[in-house]
Design a protein around this ligand. Structure first.
Ligand SMILES: Cc1cc2nc3c(=O)[nH]c(=O)nc-3n(C[C@H](O)[C@H](O)[C@H](O)COP(=O)(O)O)c2cc1C
Length: 201
């Protein structure tokens, strides 16, 4: 085994290594509105579910050249966001929205994405996304010693493409065709799906 200590490495390399280890990561494509009502859309792979009852998710937002990213600014100002899952068909559009577009740029228009209205929050959703989740910010937590900020949001409404919701109440991951982030600029699609029953103790 090679052993590496982040403190003995250039910090950038330590971070890149981590992102290739904690992989694959799901991608939340997050829509928000500025206080003035301008839409914003950007992908975040520091994304996960953190509670299920009630459902709560998190994203972690870094900084760009020492400044807060538009998504963080918007959730701080409005307390609302929508997370969509990205499938193979939307991969290129998602990537386009990750560009360092200036504050106020409308990534929906840049990526030629149709919007659909949300029901519980104001930010619109990506009409073609297979799954969208409307969320209200519950906590915003600076990550000590880093430039990252954790945003926790409670899910207020799910939108699931009708063919994806199975009779058992679960989304069909194979039909969803999600793309997931690996290290660097690598992505992956879903591999073999299998089931395991937990031990009954
Ligand atoms: C697949 C993918 C995942 C990303 N994940 C994150 C992330 O978890 N946190 C982050 O701060 N930036 C992440 N980025 C970069 C942001 O999407 C990028 O900085 C974007 O411009 C932020 O947009 P905003 O300023 O409109 O919020 C990711 C980019 C891509 C392509």
């Amino acid at each position: 085994m090679l052993t590496l200590a982040p403190n003995d490495m250039p910090m950038r390399d330590a971070g890149r290594l981590l992102l290739s280890i904690v992989a694959p990561r799901p991608i939340a494509w997050v829509s928000t509105l500025s206080a003035g009502g301008k839409p914003n859309l950007a992908p975040f792979s520091f994304f996960n579910a953190v509670a299920s009852n009630p459902p709560v998710v998190m994203i972690s937002i870094g900084q760009r050249k020492g400044q807060n990213k538009d998504t963080l600014r918007n959730v701080q100002e409005t307390g609302e966001f929508v997370l969509q899952l990205v499938n193979e068909a939307l991969a290129e559009a998602m990537n386009l929205t990750s560009g360092d577009w200036e504050y106020g740029a409308n990534e929906f228009e840049l990526a030629k994405l149709e919007t659909a209205p949300s029901l519980e929050v104001k930010p619109p959703r990506v009409a073609n996304a297979p799954v969208a989740m409307e969320a209200r910010v519950s906590q915003i937590i600076p990550v000590t010693g880093t430039a990252a900020t954790l945003v926790l949001g409670r899910i207020m409404r799910y939108h699931v493409r009708a063919d994806l919701l199975r009779l058992n109440g679960l989304v069909d991951a194979v039909a969803l065709q999600p793309i997931m982030r690996l290290g660097g600029e690598e992505y992956t699609t879903l591999g073999r799906v299998f089931e395991m029953t937990r031990p009954k103790v």
